[in-house]
Design a protein around this ligand. Structure first.
Ligand SMILES: Nc1ncnc2c1ncn2[C@@H]1O[C@H](COP(=O)(O)OP(=O)(O)OP(=O)(O)O)[C@@H](O)[C@H]1O
Length: 260
């Protein structure tokens, strides 16, 4: 892991022997340890079922919704173990964006951006609301497209716009970390391209972890990549190095399409 891009920074996220088990007899994620650095994009790659989404969901405590799922190890976000924090606080600090854009369909565009506040019972005055909505929509390059239709429902927008709205909803809470689970796989190439450009732009302020099946996407946008296989983190390093000179045979086979 010596070739990781980290710009001389300390890690913002530290995974220490993280395991996740849905059933007592099998770990979907097995003793994963890795440091993730601020203002980087880290791609998590690997074949279907290797544990990518499971690992991502552990970071913002989404498995809490299912008491039978056991997460062990330590997940330190800015030095604090998320497994011992208030889950609401964790989800504010580490926001999740999913594969299918999921704006609240009956809420207005304006209210969708603020949903993280209203759902958590945080009251804001009108000025604060307007400022947060504008800032968040500007940062996902959606403001100009929607500023005159703010009262329309979220579902009024195209798929790509809906995904940018979902990213805005996450950014509205001023997270440290953006967790993205295949955020472009339901989008057309033009919308995908816009989101990729957006992520490259956002990394100056945020740290991004993105699960992707799309190797060329990982190569285009990520600084570092993790390759997972059967729940194990097989290789983690600088994306360019990994794509040109993988250290592990399994990584090489995956990247060259021997299996997928
Ligand atoms: N809710 C669940 N209950 C039981 N097992 C599960 C559950 N979700 C996932 N698994 C199992 O955990 C393992 C890892 O799944 P996970 O979805 O994290 O993989 P993935 O790499 O994200 O796959 P994909 O690329 O297909 O989304 C798989 O064996 C899967 O069958």
């Amino acid at each position: 892991m010596e070739d990781i891009n980290y710009n001389g920074n300390k890690p913002i996220l530290q995974l220490k022997s993280v395991s996740v088990a849905y059933t007592p007899d099998k770990k979907a994620v097995n003793e994963v340890s890795a440091d993730v650095f601020p203002n980087t994009i880290t791609a998590i790659m690997g074949p279907s079922g290797c544990g990518k989404s499971t690992l991502l969901r552990a970071i913002n405590r989404m498995h809490d919704l299912y008491p039978s799922v056991k997460t062990t190890g330590e997940i330190l976000l800015k030095g604090k173990n998320v497994l011992q924090m208030n889950p609401m606080e964790v989800r504010r600090m580490a926001g999740m964006v999913f594969q299918q854009p999921n704006p609240f369909p009956t809420m207005s565009i304006y209210d969708n951006v603020l949903a993280g506040y209203s759902l958590n019972g945080i009251r804001l005055n009108r000025q604060e609301k307007d400022r947060i909505v504008e800032q968040s929509l500007v940062s996902v390059a959606l403001w100009d497209e929607v500023k005159d239709v703010m009262t329309k429902r979220g579902s009024f927008l195209s798929g790509g716009q809906q995904q940018r709205l979902c990213i805005a909803r996450t950014l509205a809470l001023k997270p440290e970390l953006l967790l993205m689970d295949e955020p472009t796989s339901a989008l057309d190439p033009i919308s995908t391209n816009k989101i990729e450009e957006l992520l490259l732009d956002l990394k100056s302020k945020y740290t991004i972890l993105i699960v992707t099946h799309n190797m060329s996407q990982a190569a285009r946008i990520s600084d570092n990549s993790m390759f997972m296989y059967l729940g194990n983190l097989i290789e983690y390093g600088n994306t360019r190095h990994m794509f040109t000179k993988p250290r592990n045979k399994k990584t090489e086979e995956y990247l060259t399409g021997v299996f997928g």
